[in-house]
Design a protein around this ligand. Sequence first.
Ligand code: ADP
Ligand code: MG
Length: 625
Amino acid sequence: MNKKQKKMLLRILISLFMTAAFKILGVKGSYGFFLYIIPYLIIGYDIVIKAIKGIFNKQMLDENFLMFVATAGAMIIGITSDGDYTEAVAVMLFYQTGELFQSYAVGKSRRNISSLMDIRPDYANIEKDGQVIHICPDDVTVGDIIIVQPGEKIPIDGIVVHGCSTLNTVALTGESIPRDVKEGSSVISGCINMSGVIKVQTTKEFGESTASKILDLVENAGSRKSKSENFVSKFAKIYTPAVCISALMLSFLPPLISYLTGNPPYLAQWIYRGLSFLVASCPCALVISIPLSFFAGIGGASREGILIKGSNYLEALSKTSCVVFDKTGTLTHGVFEVNAVHHNTISKEKLIEYVAIAECTSSHPIAQSLQKAYGLTVNRERLKEVKEISGNGVIALVDDVNVAVGNDKLMTSLGIDYKSCHKVGTVIHIAINNSYEGHIVISDVIKSTSKQAVSSLKKLGINSAILTGDISSVAESTANSLEITEYYSELLPTDKVTKTEEILSKLPKGKMLAFVGDGINDAPVLSRSDIGIAMGAMGSDAAIEAADVVLMDDNPTKIVSAVKIARKCMRIVYQNIIFAVGIKILSLIFIAFGVANMWLAVFADVGVMIIAVLNSVRALYTKNI
Ligand code: ADP
Ligand code: MG
């Protein structure tokens, strides 16, 4: 408990003790008012102040106002009737106990979430005059060398320049498989260094590093509100005036009718019912539990290495009925092996060298693999000019030679006559100075988890489809081995958008489409689909920016977990809405008919709130999902 909570507990105890004492001593009558007002103010002074402030600021219809009017009313009724004031104090006591509990539970779950997301680095080590000193990670500039000792968190993204070690990435990916790094490996912040001392040359500012970005994302996720949350705030606008008017009518209409028909009006009794009605109407449980459920859902997902950028995406994920996959790097590893090189006049080695230099600025998996096939470090100075045409390939000026590397489409657009190849695989043609010089056949390996992801999605009633820029034979064999019937090949990034729109238009109303890509050249589709999911985003900024949901590692089964977490979270939200609204309606009816009193109203309210908050916290736990 924090200081504020302790103070509240003390107020509750004092007020409770005084009220009990007055009750036992039999304090009654109008002088009792002046005694009971003491425990009343001890427990409720802040509410009275907030309510009065609210009246002056013309924002009066909130819970403080409701509590104030109802309890003040009960005190006044106390004077006119036989002088029982315990009820007003008791109502305040109940209410404050509920608030105390709720602030404790909310604080606790927030703390839970932040400790789960324990990736915020507190310091960075630098070497100065032969000694290691701690400095604030904000003070490290790009290119500085930092030292990370075993057991420490990597504070800033960078490249290992000295030493080797094993990293624990569990806080980022949810996977506990350690990752080995050595000189030249890039490392990202948030990982924990487990074995050796490494020196890292930073490549980013602290604020731009992965750990900071992720924390920003999760902390700001609440600002993108889901439909259910918007519903609550819209609902409150109509609801509060509606209950106020109903309470007024309940207080004065029946007495008026009795009076006009010549019966005794029982005004005090009806006003009391009206006041109880007001107390019971406070929608605290909903107002608190819905955002808390989403917050917990987002927190639970991030613990699994799934970043969801807002509660609206959580809601959309739960309604997904179709997942469209990009092939390369998403369903497949995106690490191509060279199967064959068919060359004309230029030697094989020379050809691969040209290709590697031409591709050295591209981040496409194909480009990376071709550079790996070259085996040597590329001398970037030999690359004079380069243009990458997404979905086609690259055109570059290497030394003074014009090099075009890409697929059939690129060759056709350049008017170069190319040969087709009998081998199955992705064929990359090469033209030097506009004459055809052969092709490299490369092939990719399907991830071992892709098939499981597709079949688990099917079990959840979700269809899978493939969109790829690769040739149809490769697309077909991938689709067949994953048992996906819907696939479209040879698509440019813009065609992918058109196809996605086509699939979108066929979806049943209220259902959502998710696109999963590796974040490279897929930004247009990511933003066009209902939910853009970027995969394998460890360290890739573009993907973190463009996508709505970011999977930190490249395991496609994480999509299944994401959907399950989203569905669980939405179930909790609906349970809370139905439960809270149901109990509310019941207690309002009971009060209107005089079956329940103010005590019960508050008791029901606080009880519902506690159960709803506890239920919300369940969204945080995603293990056996
Ligand atoms: P995918 O949908 O499978 O991710 P892309 O749209 O990224 O495919 O690329 C489609 C095709 O365009 C590739 O299969 C390849 O033939 C060609 N291509 C794209 N980028 C490059 C590149 N940098 N070098 C060579 N070929 C490329
Ligand atoms: Mg791609």
